[in-house]
Design a protein around this ligand. Sequence first.
Ligand SMILES: Nc1ncnc2c1ncn2[C@@H]1O[C@H](COP(=O)(O)OP(=O)(O)OP(=O)(O)O)[C@@H](O)[C@H]1O
Ligand SMILES: [Mg+2]
Length: 272
Amino acid sequence: MRMAAGTEDRERGADLAEAAPIIRANGLSVYYGTKQVLSDVTLDFPSNKVTAIIGPSGCGKSTLLRCFNRMNDLIPNFNMTGQILFDGVDLYGPGVDSTEIRYQVGMVFQRPNPFPKSIFDNVAFGPKINGYEGKLDELVEQSLRRAALWEEVKDRLKSSALALSGGQQQRLCIARALAVHPRVILMDEPCSALDPFATLAIEELMRELSEDYSIIIVTHNMQQAARASDYTAFLMGNEERIGELIEFGETRQITTNPEDERTEAYITGRFG
Ligand SMILES: Nc1ncnc2c1ncn2[C@@H]1O[C@H](COP(=O)(O)OP(=O)(O)OP(=O)(O)O)[C@@H](O)[C@H]1O
Ligand SMILES: [Mg+2]
């Protein structure tokens, strides 16, 4: 599947090995009840990079993403085997607090989902619950600046978040995730409800944020993966076939010179 023996591949391997992975999936299989939806996924997500997960509808992208912050725990019938390491720690090991994990591994969803509260309160919500003892005003400003939203909202922090545009709401959701100081940000098709302008703003933001955070984004959009990500994982599967990892590598290689013909068929639009 990955890292065949060519020189280029060895170089790629060396590059990947440089930094310890922030998240490592090890022989991960996932079931909903008796239905298996992912089989034996082994994959390292590099620190401080943007990694895209691509693949046809129903192949298990969202399922995989939700394993990384234990969101699937909330789904009845969810079951998994194998292991996920977060910064070397078994994410599903005894004594791991799933609420704490969801702060460290933040999530941004397909549809912006701000709370029906003010802009300020959306960002302050997580830190308040966590008993943040610093200056909340500063933290809110810092998070909004980091999410490239501050200039647009600084004069109306007390107005409702629901009055913002879709793109602004999505950046607010990113600010809300940033306010609790995560290490990883998971994004499940974060731009699919946004116009091209707002989409570019989020892609640019992902790039900037990857200096300080590790970002994993699910996207249907090959151009988006090509523009915004450093690494790409291609999954395949459907209602009949259990989802599996087909190929993982640098986005440049996956999008221009994939090793697996199934990846090639997908990126050239022959299926999916
Ligand atoms: N809560 C659930 N209970 C039972 N089956 C589920 C559940 N969630 C997802 N599935 C099934 O698991 C498989 C993978 O779904 P998932 O949502 O992870 O795919 P996806 O790649 O994100 O698809 P899409 O691109 O359409 O969002 C599908 O067959 C789906 O029907
Ligand atoms: Mg999905």
